[in-house]
Design a protein around this ligand. Sequence first.
Ligand code: AR6
Length: 169
Amino acid sequence: MTTITLVQGDITWQSVDAVVNAANSSLLGGGGVDGAIHRRGGPAILAECRRLRASRYGKGLATGRAVATTAGELDARWVIHTVGPVWQGPGSDPALLASCYRESLRVADELGARTVAFPAISTGVFRWPVEEAARIAVETVRDAETAVEEVTFVLFDERAYKAFAEHVG
Ligand code: AR6
């Protein structure tokens, strides 16, 4: 059983095996949580992302997929980068958002990570309504077959925290 914990705050301060990044397909950084992770984690993360782009991920990382790099100077061993879907309005397919959580946990299992921190993927620049994103995130993690022992959702603001709390009993 995976324990689900909620924290309100900045994910870059978490002490965990793996921190998940809400990246974009370029893997070369951006704003939001992506910018914060690269800023605090330092240049080693970007250097490894560039190597991934130069090798297996020449076209970038597809939406719903995940890949790991070093965590640089973060208090973690790995950053798992995943690309959430952009909200396209009502009727947007939640499958790709669920895939981000599932694939990130699959990568965590490959690495042997036991504690993983997630942000609320797609709920910032990618505009996914946080109430729906929270339900998808919690249900997907709860249903996942994984050896990860603790998943911490790190929610940046109170609205996101409350949305996740609705689904974590
Ligand atoms: N710790 C935890 N959560 C955070 C932090 C932080 N330090 N900073 C922001 N959030 P976003 P997306 C929350 O925009 O919607 C980037 O440019 C934020 O309040 O970071 O998946 C990427 O490069 C929101 O709830 O990610 C992509 O281009 C959540 O993290 C694009 O944004 C996700 O917001 C990805 O967009």
